[in-house]
Design a protein around this ligand. Structure first.
Ligand SMILES: [Mn+2]
Length: 193
């Protein structure tokens, strides 16, 4: 199987530093972790929180999702906090799990009913009871993670050409649904045979 992905991060209007970040990391034997993090507030302090969470995830991308979020929760104590989503693929089994905390979105282009949702909370302040959602997927499905600088109207937009290569798809989504008044991130991942 093959993985293709693309990502865009755009700071809010007038800012040079983004409080959003993302991680895409593969791990043995056939794992892939995709993560979007939105540091609360804006500018350098938000970026500091987001990068601390990214470091936790990047260190051990194959760890259990709940463990990663708990570890990030500890690492972000005393920071602005962050919201984040984790999408973990087992490429051998063609299965995927999602866990998200806070106002952070996911949308999946698939013939299957894959509808990940996040639980209210803030990493570093209030960790909710964690909910792991697991699915199998089809080759060719495209998974999109996005921060709240992208409008959730994305979920209802049926006009997007979802066959675009992931990088172009991510750019297209940001162009169509990005908001100027917040940092915005889109990561798109497609698994093909
Ligand atoms: Mn945001």
């Amino acid at each position: 199987m093959a993985v293709s992905w693309g990502a865009v991060v755009r700071p809010k209007a007038g800012q040079t530093v983004s409080g959003d970040t993302y991680v895409v990391a593969s791990f043995e034997p056939a794992g892939l972790l995709v993560c979007v993090i939105d540091g609360l507030g804006g500018g350098a302090e938000a970026a500091h929180a987001a990068l601390a969470a990214a470091e936790v995830v990047r260190a051990r991308p194959g760890d259990d999702q709940a463990m990663l979020l708990q570890r990030a929760h500890g690492a972000l104590h005393g920071t602005r906090g962050a919201v984040m989503s984790l999408l973990t693929f087992n490429l051998q089994l063609r299965s995927v799990s999602y866990m998200g905390v806070g106002n952070i979105g996911a949308h999946v282009y698939s013939a299957l009913p894959i509808k990940p949702i996040s639980k209210n909370g803030i990493i570093g302040y209030k960790l909710p009871s964690l909910l792991k959602l697991s699915y199998s997927y089809n080759f060719g499905d495209t998974f999109v993670l996005y921060s709240d600088g992208v409008s959730s109207r994305l979920n209802l937009d049926t006009t997007i050409d979802t066959t675009l290569p992931p990088q172009r798809l991510a750019e297209r989504i940001l162009h169509l649904h990005g908001k100027d008044n917040d940092d915005a991130t889109v990561v798109a991942v497609r698994i093909t045979e």
